[in-house]
Design a protein around this ligand. Sequence first.
Ligand SMILES: [Zn+2]
Length: 186
Amino acid sequence: MKHKKLGTTFKKLFLTLIVVAAMLQIVNAYVYTGYKWPWGSADWRFSTNFPDSYKQSVQNAANTWNNAGSSFRFNYQWYEVTSYVDWVDLGGNGPLGHTNIYKYPFTSSISRAVTEMNSNSAKYWTTTQSPDYPPYDFETAALHEFGHWLSLAHTSDTSTVMYDPYNGPKRSLTQDDKNGIKYIYP
Ligand SMILES: [Zn+2]
């Protein structure tokens, strides 16, 4: 009797642990690196050499994060600000894009961010959503890089925008991506 009771208790505990583990995985799939924009917004611009043909894709990406239900805002500026999206040759074997985050010294506050989108001719970009790739959807890549501006790192969930590498067009955020930005900027 005693053994049976103990066994049931263990079973319950074990099931509880599984449920808790599953919940944690769902809740915490996004990865927050712990840095934050002090005013809850980021002023950004394009580099002077950024191609006009891809500007709308980047604007769309910023708007998608702005509409995720958090308080954070990407504020597009036409004048000189220190955070920008650049057009740089990162090499034929380089990444589609790359983002550098700069912080104020001795704080976890972000001072500025710079995204470099790969201009190398070996990278075929498109502004239309094609399930086959290359070409790579510019808006998808910009949406991912802007996620890094928010201090979100790569996830292991292939459906999320913050998954790396590129695995097809993703122009809308998953609930997990939204949970990430809402956690940082409620
Ligand atoms: Zn990335």
